[in-house]
Design a protein around this ligand. Structure first.
Ligand code: BTN
Length: 272
């Protein structure tokens, strides 16, 4: 990755003013969290080619071959209550989708079939091309720092994915057949992220959920809801204004999922 190219092409005023890059590290989220604890400012970006302990949601590992994909963390200091983490993560997923659609449109490459899968997986042709891991540092109940980690399969090949994700993962190159400049893609995403994130901050995150819903095709899907103390089946019904999943139980009751995750019924985990 050519960090000089990113620094020279980046047209943002806050996000990316501070960029930390190392060829390899444990995890960009861990690195960014260490920087946050040392007082690094909002907008600090961490990038790498390879993570020795890349992390996914639900304590899963995040695999990525060296130098092939976007592995990035953004340091935010939203000073909001912890409940807002979910909304910011949902917002990031849709910003990434919109940024990708724009990026390829400008290059006259048609990229369709991008969607979100609850809560913030990015799917391309029904398979996972990217994911977001939000981790916060709290001071009382307020976020002192929020790390938004983004993993996007750009130039890797599906053939190289580990066996356990081979069938469910995909890269942009698998679909496009050509390499994409990770530097250019990163700059486009950060520009859009800065515009949208600052707008969301100004408007108290109005429109995040509506926008997310426009990118989601899971409504009506039969799901298994796994919560810390119970499990039940239901139907993916809606997302509340606060960003919680609403599901309809077999008895027809609408319930809110506050802590836990969902799996597609009779299929692989929805957030695999
Ligand atoms: C998921 O879908 O499970 C979330 C995946 C998030 C992966 C990214 S890669 C960059 C950042 N650093 C990490 O350790 N994880 C996130």
């Amino acid at each position: 990755m050519d960090i000089k190219k990113i620094r020279s092409k980046l047209k943002t005023s806050l996000f990316g003013t501070n960029i930390y890059y190392k060829e390899s590290m444990d995890s960009t989220n861990n690195f960014a969290m260490r920087l946050a604890k040392e007082g690094a400012p909002e907008g600090t970006i961490v990038l790498t080619e390879f993570q020795a302990s890349g992390k996914g949601r639900q304590n899963r590992p995040w695999y990525s071959g060296s130098g092939q994909n976007l592995l990035m963390s953004i340091l935010l200091r939203p000073e909001l209550e912890i409940e807002m983490v979910q909304k910011i993560a949902l917002a990031t997923a849709t910003i990434l989708i919109d940024a990708l659609a724009d990026f390829y449109k400008n290059r006259k490459i048609k990229i369709s079939e991008l969607e979100v899968k609850w809560p913030n997986d990015i799917l391309l042709n029904g398979k996972k091309v990217g994911g977001i891991l939000a981790e916060s540092k709290l001071q009382n109940k307020t976020m002192e720092a929020l790390i938004i980690g983004i993993g996007l399969n750009v130039n890797s090949s599906r053939k190289e994915f580990p066996a356990e994700i081979k069938d469910s993962a995909i890269s942009l190159k698998d679909v496009l057949g050509v390499d994409t400049s990770i530097e250019d893609l990163c700059c486009s995403f950060l520009k859009r992220f800065e515009q949208n994130y600052t707008k969301y901050e100004r408007t108290n995150y109005a429109g995040v959920v509506e926008n997310w819903k426009k990118h989601c095709h899971q409504f009506g899907e039969h799901i298994i809801v796994k919560q810390p103390v119970m499990e039940e089946t239901g139907v993916f019904h809606d997302v509340s204004n606060e960003g919680y999943l609403m599901y309809k139980t077999r008895a027809g009751k609408i319930k809110k999922l506050v802590a836990g995750f969902i799996m597609r019924k009779n299929k692989n985990a929805v957030n695999d």
